[in-house]
Design a protein around this ligand. Structure first.
Ligand SMILES: [Zn+2]
Ligand SMILES: [Zn+2]
Ligand SMILES: [Zn+2]
Length: 700
C-alpha cells in the first residue's frame, strides 16, 4: 500500500544572523523550534552568557530574549526564509567575576540578590512537565523483597540479594521483558543522582548528560581555519560516520487509551466510509508504574484534522493549522496541584494515530494481516513522517545541554491482526532517525521496508552510515547503509493498552459529532442548541439558589453532557460564546467530580452561558418548550426520556423501547430512519434503496 502525506512541509529556511563576531547562516526548517536556532547561536558566540542573548529584526531596538523564544517554531515567530536577525550578547567577562569571588563581593554591596544570581544556562531556563519533575525528585530504585533462599538476615536487615536495584538494572528489565529503558532510567544511568553536598551546579561534572544528535556540517567551522561549508570542510566541522543501532531507551513507554470507545469511534470513520482515517491523540503524560521511572501517554480523545482519505491511504494538510488552538484549549482543562504532584501533566497533543485497515476479500468480517515481521511495521514513508512530527514536538528537559531532547510524540497504527481482528501498534522513531531527517540525509523508498540514504550534492554532505547485521554464516558484520538500509533500525516499540477499570476524563454518555467528518456526521449549531434544550440547561440553577437533590442531579447532568472533547473543540471553534466562557466550560468538563454540588456554579454565573441557554430555548420548536425536566419520567441512566418527535428531529433512531439509540449503535443490516442501509458484510452505510453494497459489492 502507499501512504501519502503530499502536503508535508519540506522547505528549509536559511536564517542569517549578524553579531559582533560576523555574519552566520543557518539552515532550519520552518517547523524547527527556536531552541534549535538557540543551540546553533550558542556555538557561534564566544564565552556568551546565554541569559544575555537577544535577537532582533532591527540593528537596534526591539530586542527579544533568546530564551523567551524557545518552545515556538520559526513559523510561529514569523521568521522567514532569508531573514536577517541581529544578535547581541554579553560575555561572562563583561558580566563581572563569577563564582566564589562574586559571592563574597556581592555580600558587601546593596544589590546583593542581583549579583548573586548565577547566569542561567539553556537547560536551567526550561520548565519541565510534571512527569519529569516527578521522576527527577525520586531515586527510582526498584524495591525487592527479602529473598527466602539467599538472605541470611532478619526482616529488618538488608544484603546484596534484597537491596533495591538501580532503575536501569539490566537483569530486571530482561526478567520483565521490558525492551527499552525509560527516559529517566536512561538519564540516571548516564548521570547517577548526586548528593547535594557534591559539586555545585556550576561545575562541569553537572553538565546535562544529553545533547541532541546532529549530522549536519558545523557552520561556521569551529576551527575558523577555512570558509564555511559548502565553500570549505574539514574533519572538525564535518559530521562523523554514523553507526545505526536500535535505540536502547524510549521517551514514552506506554500508550494507554482511556476507554475502548475512544478508539472504536475513531475506527467507525473507516467502517462508515471504507477510507482510512487520521487523528491526533489528545490526553496527558503521566508516570507509568509498570516500567522503572516509566512514562505513559494517556489518550482521552482523538481529534480528527481536515483530511482526504482513500481506501489505501490518506492525505493530511500539514502543518496542522488548528494545533495552536487545540493546545490552548488543552491548557484550560482542569489540573490541580495534587495532580501535578502525582506527575500528571496538562491536556495536550500526545501523538498521532491512523488506520491501515482492509477487509479480507473472501470474508468481509475479517481484516487483512498487513504489518508483520515479513512485511513491515512502519513503512519508510511513515518513519520519515513520524521523524518530522517528532522534530516539531521536542521535549524540554534539564537533561540536555540545549534544554531540549527527543520527543514524546507517539505514532499509533490501527491495523489487522494475524487472526483478522483489529489491533493497535505504537511506535516512536529513534533520535538517529530524527537527526538524519533534520540533516536531510534520508528519504522514503517505494519499498516500504527500506530507507534510502540521499546522494551527496552541492551543499549537502552525507557522512558514512553503517549498520550491523548477521551474514549468511551467522557472523555479525558491519555493512554500509548506502544506498538503502532496513527501516527497523529506526523503530522504537511502545506498548499500549486499556485500563482494567476505565475512568475516562470525558464522560458524556453520548458523543457530540466528531470534527471534520463531513458526510459521516456534522457538527452544527442547530444540533448544539437542540442538545442544550434536551438537557434543559436553561432551567438549571447554581447551588446557592437551589441546593435540593434534584437541582444537584440536574447540574450533574449538564456537567456530564459538557464532558466531551469534540463538543469542547466545537465551542472553541464556532465562538458562539466568549473565550472566558469556554475556559469555564473546559474546566467544568474535565473536573474530577461531577457529583460535587458546586461543580457547575462558576459556569452558571456567567452571562455568556445564561444568554446561550436562553437563545437555545428561543430557537427550539414550540412543542418541546415549557416541559420542566422533573415532570418527565427518568430513564435508568438518570437521563429523562426524550419525546420521540424530538429524537427524530435530531437525527436519532427510535426503536421499540424507550431508550434513544444513536445512529452509531445501529446493528448490521438495520435500516435507519434517515434512509441508509448498513452492509452486513463490511458495515458501510449504503443508500436505503441500494440492493448491493457500494463498497464490497455483496448483496444487502
Ligand atoms: Zn537480604
Ligand atoms: Zn572545518
Ligand atoms: Zn459492504
Amino acid at each position: 500500500m502507499t501512504r501519502r502525506h503530499s502536503q508535508l512541509d519540506l522547505r528549509v529556511y536559511i536564517v542569517r544572523i549578524r553579531s559582533k563576531d560576523g555574519m552566520f547562516r543557518f539552515d532550519l526548517q520552518p517547523t524547527a523550534d527556536a531552541g534549535e536556532l538557540a543551540a546553533k547561536i550558542l556555538e557561534i558566540t564566544k564565552n556568551a552568557d546565554p541569559s544575555s542573548i537577544t535577537l532582533s529584526d532591527k540593528p537596534n531596538g526591539a530586542e527579544q530574549q533568546l530564551s523567551g523564544l524557545v518552545g515556538y517554531t520559526l513559523q510561529a515567530l514569523n521568521i522567514k526564509h532569508g531573514d536577517l536577525l541581529y544578535l547581541k550578547y554579553k560575555t561572562y567577562d563583561e558580566q563581572g567575576p563569577t563564582g566564589q569571588s562574586a559571592t563574597t563581593t556581592a555580600a558587601s554591596t546593596s544589590n546583593a540578590s542581583d549579583d548573586k544570581a548565577e547566569p542561567k544556562r539553556p537547560w536551567e531556563l526550561v520548565n519541565e512537565e510534571p512527569v519529569d519533575v516527578y521522576w527527577r525528585s525520586r531515586d527510582g530504585k526498584i524495591p525487592r523483597k527479602r529473598d527466602a533462599k539467599f538472605c541470611k538476615h532478619g526482616d529488618k536487615g538488608m544484603c546484596d540479594y534484597c537491596m533495591p536495584l538501580e532503575p536501569y538494572d539490566a537483569g530486571y528489565h530482561k526478567d520483565k521483558a521490558i525492551k527499552h529503558l525509560s527516559f529517566h532510567a536512561h538519564l540516571r544511568k548516564l548521570q547517577p543522582a548526586q548528593g547535594s553536598t557534591l559539586a555545585s551546579s556550576s561545575s562541569t561534572a553537572n553538565l546535562p548528560p544529553l545533547q541532541p544528535e546532529s549530522y549536519s556540517v558545523k557552520v561556521p567551522c569551529p576551527t575558523a581555519s577555512h570558509p564555511s561549508f559548502p565553500q570549505g570542510i574539514c574533519t572538525t566541522c564535518q559530521p562523523a560516520a554514523i553507526t545505526l543501532q536500535p535505540q536502547t531507551f524510549r521517551m514514552v513507554d506506554h500508550v494507554e487509551f482511556a476507554s475502548k470507545e475512544v478508539v472504536d469511534r475513531f475506527i467507525d470513520g473507516w467502517r462508515k466510509t471504507g477510507v482510512q482515517r487520521f487523528g491526533f491523540l489528545i490526553g496527558r503524560y503521566e508516570p507509568y508504574a509498570e516500567v522503572p521511572m516509566g512514562i505513559k501517554a494517556v489518550v482521552e480523545a482523538i481529534h480528527e484534522p481536515p483530511q482526504h482519505g482513500d481506501p489505501d491511504g490518506l492525505t493530511v494538510a500539514l502543518p496542522w493549522e488548528d494545533e495552536k488552538r487545540i493546545k490552548e484549549l488543552g491548557s484550560w482543562c482542569y489540573l490541580d496541584e495534587e495532580m501535578k504532584k502525582n506527575g500528571k501533566g496538562p491536556i495536550e497533543v500526545l501523538g498521532q494515530i491512523f488506520t491501515d485497515l482492509t477487509a479480507q476479500p473472501d470474508d468481509r468480517s475479517k481484516l487483512v494481516y498487513k504489518r508483520h515481521p515479513q512485511s513491515f511495521y512502519m513503512s519508510s514513508l511513515e518513519v520519515i513522517f513520524a521523524a518530522k512530527m517528532q522534530a516539531a514536538h521536542p521535549t524540554v528537559t534539564r537533561g540536555s545541554r540545549t534544554g531540549e531532547y527527543g520527543s514524546r510524540f507517539v505514532t499509533a497504527i490501527v491495523t489487522g491482526t494475524e487472526e483478522g481482528g483489529v489491533d493497535i501498534q505504537s511506535f516512536q522513531v529513534s533520535e538517529q532517525a530524527v537527526a538524519m531527517v533534520q540533516a536531510d540525509m534520508i528519504t522514503a523508498s517505494r519499498n516500504p521496508q527500506v530507507i534510502i540514504v540521499q546522494k551527496e550534492t552541492e551543499g549537502r554532505y552525507i557522512p558514512e552510515v553503517f549498520y550491523r547485521s548477521k551474514n549468511q554464516y551467522g557472523i555479525e558484520v558491519k555493512e554500509s547503509a548506502k544506498p538503502t538500509f532496513p527501516v527497523d533500525f529506526l523503530l522504537v516499540n511502545i506498548t499500549h493498552g486499556f485500563p482494567l477499570q476505565p475512568s475516562p476524563l470525558f464522560r458524556s454518555p453520548k458523543g457530540f459529532p466528531i470534527e471534520n467528518r463531513h458526510g459521516i456526521e456534522e457538527q452544527t449549531t442547530d444540533k448544539l442548541l437542540a442538545e442544550i434544550n434536551q438537557i434543559d440547561a436553561a432551567s438549571v440553577v447554581a447551588s446557592p439558589i437551589d441546593s435540593s437533590f434534584e437541582a444537584r442531579r440536574a447540574r450533574e447532568k449538564v456537567a456530564k453532557w459538557l464532558s466531551d472533547w469534540h463538543l469542547l473543540a466545537y465551542w472553541n471553534q464556532v465562538e458562539i460564546i466568549g473565550r472566558e466562557d469556554i475556559k469555564a466550560i473546559a474546566k467544568v468538563a474535565t473536573s474530577p467530580n461531577f457529583e460535587e454540588a458546586t461543580v457547575l456554579d462558576p459556569l452558571l454565573e456567567r452571562d455568556g452561558w445564561q444568554t446561550l441557554t436562553a437563545v437555545a430555548v428561543e430557537s427550539a420548536p414550540s412543542k418541546s418548550r415549557n416541559t420542566g425536566s422533573l415532570s418527565r419520567p427518568m430513564d435508568n441512566d438518570g437521563f429523562e426520556e426524550i419525546p420521540p418527535e424530538l429524537l427524530e428531529e435530531m437525527g436519532m433512531d427510535v426503536d421499540s423501547g424507550s431508550r434513544p439509540r444513536s445512529r452509531l449503535d445501529t446493528g448490521p443490516g438495520a435500516s435507519t430512519s434517515s434512509g441508509t442501509k448498513m452492509c452486513p458484510h463490511c458495515t458501510f452505510e449504503n443508500d436505503a434503496s441500494a440492493r448491493d453494497c457500494e463498497v464490497c459489492g455483496l448483496p444487502l
